[in-house]
Ligand binder design. Structure first.
Ligand code: MIC
Ligand code: SF4
Length: 642
């Protein structure tokens, strides 16, 4: 009877039972980090006093902050390399590729659990791994051998039928699902794929779909592991990692969505949300200024070869800037051997290194008021670095065809050759450093001046009386809270500095108002904290004295991050209570030392002389964590009593 998700969870269960929405804990087999979240993760691992990681495999990728326009990025990389070699973590050097693409190619295994300090960790669901994105502290805990806590997800079954038509890609499948479910439709859920259409999708195509499950807010997404998976692993010279994995025929799902691939059209997510989806044909003809191809969503060999085949023998439009980044050194190297890269260069494409690059605003900000077509997964306001730009998300085929034309083109209307799977791949893992006993003994940690000590919260007060520093609406992303981009990312290891940028594009005074009022509260609408797993969006507000967030609802990873750093995540019982609060109202919460699961809290608005009830939905463990002032404090308390 079990689904794929239930099979993997059952095999890894360390606490609880498989009852939907109830708290469970699972053993984690593999972890991954990337540099933008990794420095904090390893500082936290060090703070826990862990000598050697306890997982089957932990790997640290450097793929986000690679501009190095100053010493900060390079210093972070050196710290990451040394801390990895000291504590038994593999290290994928800058240039080796984007974490999710490399992990899919070289390490992800069907049937295993993977926890990554990046929200797109579910990319590995394409190969049948239960791959979950989390805050860095949760990943550090997993490396320390602790189980990962989550609510047993509900499971949505998406049944794919038939085969995609030429010009329609797996990106269009996930954009269609986003149109159906929206950016909060997956919260607390796993999206499990099945149907006769699955066998017609390659592993990277499946991974594009599970990658953008993050945009649904889903806990993760997963595909079966079948003959296609086996063949992919064989080409990657790791057939021994194959394990067949299907849901039972009578598996029970909470919701079923049927999708006919033959009827699907090219889709486009319009600004500024991945669920603002239309068909390309509805908006074809829009003038395009920039096209960016790559990111962990669409940078596989087949994606790149579709692009090369479309560009072949043609020149891009004179008003379009086309940038391309391959997802991994393996893809780039293979393209350089088979002529695909030469085709791209000849067409006028600007080739970037195999990193996240423009996806996280590390360069290539488009011109003012631009329409930028990107094969990425997020088009949140401001993420490209140009506030006035309109970023749309499309498939590689739509992107390449539009780069040639200078306007948005439905790729079904053009002629090109469909790419074929390569016979051989350039497999070369020498950019991945492997730790051993010797490196553990002899490596000296290198901590550059930008790497500042971890700020730690104080235990929870019994009564908190503070002002509302900011009130925001629905679907606030962690990009709104803690923006990325070339100016900010170098400070990911320096919380004092990064706290100056919190809510920068929403309310520029947020930082100063926090300081002037000795911290305060945040009030938000639904799905607060969607998007990136960056724990800086909790850690920096904590540093500024934020004690609680009152929201209509929370995104999963951000809620966990708030708890990890001792900030109360509270939900309104009534919409009208949200409406009645204004910025700078003073709120008072008391009786906090008597927090109990399922018991609401009474909040007094002392400015307006009113009261309202909020839920906290905290488990016993989460209550202990918040009371201690966060996970690290709780671990220290536990260590001092054993
Ligand atoms: C993103 O796509 O937003 C990021 C950058 O990869 C983040 C992680 C980060 O902020 O460092 C994510 O997806 O979790
Ligand atoms: Fe990197 Fe973009 Fe993928 Fe995040 S979404 S991991 S920034 S490529």
């Amino acid at each position: 009877m079990p689904t794929i998700t239930e099979k993997i969870i059952q095999a890894h269960l360390s606490e609880g039972a498989l009852q939907r929405t109830k708290p469970i804990a699972i053993h984690i087999d593999q972890t991954l980090t990337q540099d933008a979240t990794g420095t904090m993760t390893y500082l936290q691992l060090e703070a826990m006093g862990v000598d050697q990681v306890k997982t089957d495999l932990s790997i640290s990728y450097v793929d986000h902050n690679t501009l190095q326009n100053g010493f900060e990025n390079a210093d972070d990389h050196k710290y990451l390399q040394t801390v990895a070699m000291k504590h038994g973590v593999l290290f994928s050097r800058p240039g080796n590729g984007i974490c999710h693409q490399v992990h899919l190619e070289r390490f992800a295994k069907p049937g295993t659990t993977l926890l990554g300090s990046d929200s797109h960790t579910p990319t590995a669901g394409g190969i049948g791994a239960l791959a979950i994105g989390a805050g860095g502290l949760d990943v550090a805990c997993a490396m320390a051998g602790r189980p990962f806590h989550l609510a047993m997800p509900e499971i949505i079954n998406v049944r794919l039928h038939g085969r995609l038509s030429k010009g329609v890609s797996s990106k269009d499948i996930i954009l269609k699902i986003l149109q159906i479910l929206s950016v909060k439709g997956g919260v607390g859920k796993v999206i499990e794929y099945s149907g006769d259409g699955v066998k017609n999708l390659s592993i990277p195509q499946r991974a594009t779909i599970t990658n953008m499950g993050a945009e649904l807010g889903a806990t993760t997404s997963i595909f079966p592991s079948d003959e296609v998976t086996k063949e992919f692993l064989r080409k990657q010279q790791r057939e021994e990692d194959y394990k067949e994995l299907f849901a039972d025929d009578d598996a029970c799902y909470d919701q079923i969505i049927e999708l006919d691939l033959e009827k699907l059209e090219p889709m486009i997510a319009m600004p500024h949300s991945p669920d603002n989806v239309l068909t390309v044909s509805e908006v074809a003809g829009l003038k395009v200024d920039q096209v960016a191809i790559g990111s962990c969503t669409n940078s596989s060999y087949l994606d790149m070869m579709s692009v090369a085949n479309i560009l072949k023998g043609k020149m891009i439009d004179s008003n379009v800037s086309l940038v391309i980044s391959c997802g991994s050194r393996q893809v780039l190297h293979t393209l350089s051997s088979n002529g695909g890269l030469a085709t791209m260069i000849a067409s006028g494409a600007r080739i970037l290194e195999s990193t996240c690059g423009p996806c996280i605003g590390m360069g290539q900000s488009p011109i003012s008021n631009a329409l930028s077509l990107r094969t990425f997964n997020r088009n949140f306001y401001g993420r490209s670095g140009t506030l006035s730009a309109k970023v749309c998300l499309v498939s590689p085929e739509t992107a390449a065809a539009s780069a040639l034309a200078g306007y948005l083109v439905d790729p079904r209307t053009i002629d090109y050759e469909l790419p074929k799977e390569p016979n051989t791949l350039n497999i070369d893992d020498r950019m991945i450093l492997i730790p051993n006993e010797e490196t553990a003994k002899t490596t000296k940690l290198v901590r550059g001046p930008n790497i500042k000590p971890l700020p730690i919260n104080t235990p929870l007060d019994h009564e908190i009386h503070k002002k509302v520093i900011i009130k925001v609406g629905d679907n606030i992303t962690t990009d709104h809270i803690a923006p990325a981009g070339a100016k900010v990312l170098p400070y990911r290891s320096n919380i004092e500095k990064i706290s100056e940028f919190i809510f920068m594009n929403v309310k520029a005074d947020f930082h100063d108002d926090c300081l002037a009022n000795n911290g305060g509260f945040i009030v938000a609408g639904s799905n607060y904290g969607q998007g990136s797993s960056r724990e800086h969006a909790a850690l920096a507000p904590m540093y500024l004295g934020i004690k609680a967030v009152f929201a209509k609802s929370f995104a999963r990873i951000h809620r966990a991050n708030l708890i990890n750093f001792g900030i109360l995540p509270l939900t309104f019982q009534e919409e009208s209570d949200y409406d009645a609060i204004d910025e700078f109202d003073e709120l008072m919460i008391d009786n906090l030392h008597n927090l109990h699961p399922d018991t609401p809290l009474t909040v007094s608005n002392t400015t307006k002389n009113t009261h309202f009830l909020v839920n906290h939905n905290l488990t016993y463990l989460e209550i202990e964590t918040i009371k201690a002032g966060g996970t690290l404090n709780l671990i220290r308390l536990q260590q001092s009593t054993t």
